[in-house]
Ligand binder design. Structure first.
Ligand SMILES: NC(=O)c1ccc[n+]([C@@H]2O[C@H](COP(=O)([O-])OP(=O)(O)OC[C@H]3O[C@@H](n4cnc5c(N)ncnc54)[C@H](OP(=O)(O)O)[C@@H]3O)[C@@H](O)[C@H]2O)c1
Length: 397
C-alpha cells in the first residue's frame, strides 16, 4: 500500500489540497529519499513466517505464502466448515472459503434476510445451506459469525451442539472474553480459535478477489488438541487474509472496542463535529467549514499519512501549517488522553459490552439505529458534505 499510495497521494494533493500542500507535495529530494527508505526491517524471512521488527519490538507475522490452495485443501480435507450467520463477515469469509475449494456450509435462520442473501450468492438449501442447528451438527469447525448480540442470545441452543472434537471459531473475542455478561461459556473439551479480519466483510471479499488479502488477528482461547494455533493460521489464510498477527482474545476485543469508539469512528466523528461547529459559530460558510474539516482531511491529508506516515504528511505541507500542527498536536494529546483512558476502562470493565448487548438485543434495534443514522445524515455538516462531493469530477455527468 505504501509504495502504491504515493503517486495517488501526490495526485490528490494537486487536485484537492490547500495551496500549502500543493506547493510542498511536488517531488523533491528529501521526500523522494524518505520514500525510498524501508520503514519495516524484516529480520527472518522463512517461508511465509516472518519476524518483523515493529519499532523495536519483534513480532511473528504469518502470511498466506506458506498456505497455497492445495495445502489448505489437504489440511481441511476431513473438515466441514459450518459458517453460522451470513452478515458482512459471513458473506465475505464464506465466499472466499468456497472459492478456495473447501467444504463449507452456511447456517442461518430460515427465511430471514441472510437466508435470502445466501441463496442469491449461490448457496443451495439442503446442499450447503441449512438452518443454524443442522449446520452446527454437520460441521467440524463451527464459525460463529452471528452478530455479537445474537451469539449471546442463541448460546443456549448452540452450546449443546458443540460436541467433543469440534472446533469453535470466532471473528471477535467479545463473546467468550465477556462471558459473565454474554453467558458464552465455551465447552471445555473443544479447541476455540479466532480470526479477526481488520476490516469489513465486504473488504475481506474484495481484497481476496484482487489477489491481495486483508490483515487479520489470530488467537487461541483454548487448545485441547495441541493443534489449535496451526488451525487458526490455516483458517486465517483460508478466509482470505494476507498477513496474520498473533494476539490473545482479550487483547483483540479490548483494542477493537477501544479503537472503533476512538480514532476509527467515534472520536474522529466527535473531532469533525467540534471543529465544524466552531467554524460555523465564528461566521464561516458551510462549504468552507466542511472543506477545512472533512474534505481536505479525507481527500488530501489522510491518504498521505496512510501512504507514508505522519512525517510524510507534515513534509507535504507548508512551514506555517507544520509549525501550528506540531504545537497543537501535543495540546490535543494532553487533553484527549484522559478521555482515552476513560474509554479503555469502560471497555475493560465490560460497560461497553453491556451497553452493546442491551441495545442490540432489542427487537427494534434496527429501527432505532436507522433513526440515529437519519439524524446524522441530517446534520448540517453532512448535508454540506453531500453538496461538496457532488462537485467532484467523478460525480458530475
Ligand atoms: N462487520 C465487521 O466489520 C466485522 C469485522 C471484524 C469482525 N467482525 C465480527 O464478526 C462477527 C459477525 O459480524 P457481522 O458484522 O458479519 O455480523 P452481522 O452483519 O451483524 O450479522 C448478523 C447475522 O446474524 C444473524 N442473526 C442476528 N440475530 C440473530 C438471531 N437472533 N438468531 C439467529 N441469527 C441471527 C443475522 O441473520 P438474519 O439476516 O436472519 O437476521 C445475520 O446472518 C461478529 O463477531 C463481529 O464482531 C465483524
Amino acid at each position: 500500500m505504501a509504495s502504491r499510495t504515493l503517486p495517488r497521494a501526490l495526485r490528490l494533493a494537486r487536485v484537492a489540497a490547500p495551496r500549502s500542500v500543493v506547493a510542498a507535495a511536488l517531488p523533491r529530494p528529501a521526500l523522494a529519499s524518505a520514500a525510498a527508505v524501508p520503514r519495516v526491517a524484516m529480520v527472518t524471512p522463512a517461508r511465509g513466517i516472518k519476524t518483523i521488527d515493529f519499532a523495536g519490538t519483534k513480532e511473528t507475522v504469518y502470511e498466506r505464502e506458506d498456505w497455497p490452495r492445495e495445502k489448505l485443501q489437504e489440511f481441511f480435507k476431513n473438515d466441514t466448515l459450518a459458517l453460522i450467520g451470513y452478515g458482512s463477515q459471513g458473506h465475505g469469509q464464506g465466499l472466499n472459503l468456497r472459492d478456495q475449494g473447501l467444504n463449507v456450509i452456511v447456517g442461518v435462520r430460515k427465511d430471514g434476510a441472510s437466508w435470502k442473501e445466501a441463496i442469491q450468492d449461490g448457496w443451495v438449501p439442503g446442499k450447503n445451506l441449512f438452518d443454524v442447528s443442522t449446520a452446527i451438527e454437520k460441521g467440524t469447525i463451527v464459525m460463529n459469525l452471528l452478530s455479537d448480540a445474537a451469539q449471546s442470545e442463541t448460546w443456549p441452543q448452540v452450546k449443546p451442539l458443540l460436541t467433543k472434537g469440534k472446533t469453535l471459531y470466532f471473528s471477535h473475542g467479545f463473546s467468550p472474553v465477556f462471558k459473565d455478561l454474554t453467558k458464552v461459556d465455551v465447552p471445555k473439551d473443544i479447541d476455540v480459535i479466532l480470526v479477526a479480519p481488520k476490516g469489513s466483510g465486504r473488504t475481506v471479499r474484495t481484497l481476496f478477489r484482487e489477489g491481495r488479502g486483508i490483515n487479520s488477528s489470530i488467537a487461541v482461547f483454548q487448545d485441547v488438541t495441541g493443534n489449535a494455533k496451526e488451525k487458526a493460521i490455516a483458517m486465517g489464510v483460508a478466509v482470505g487474509s494476507g498477513y496474520l498477527y498473533e494476539t490473545t482474545f482479550e487483547k483483540e476485543v479490548y483494542s477493537d472496542l477501544y479503537g472503533e469508539r476512538g480514532c476509527l469512528m467515534g472520536g474522529i466523528h466527535g473531532m469533525f463535529l467540534a471543529q465544524y461547529e466552531v467554524l460555523r459559530e465564528r461566521g464561516h460558510s458551510p462549504s468552507e467549514a466542511f472543506n477545512e474539516t472533512v474534505e481536505e482531511a479525507t481527500q488530501s491529508l489522510y491518504p498521505l499519512i496512510g501512504g507514508n506516515g505522519m512525517d510524510w504528511m507534515y513534509a507535504a505541507c507548508s512551514t506555517t501549517a507544520r509549525r501550528g500542527a506540531i504545537d497543537w498536536s501535543s495540546r490535543f494529546k494532553d487533553n484527549l488522553k484522559p478521555l482515552f483512558n476513560e474509554l479503555y476502562d469502560s471497555v475493560r470493565d465490560g460497560s461497553e459490552t453491556k451497553r452493546s448487548l442491551e441495545y442490540n438485543s432489542q427487537k427494534d434495534y434496527r429501527e432505532k439505529y436507522e433513526k440515529e443514522m437519519e439524524e446524522i445524515r441530517e446534520l448540517e455538516i453532512w448535508r454540506a458534505g453531500k453538496a461538496v462531493r457532488s462537485l467532484r469530477p467523478e460525480n458530475q455527468k
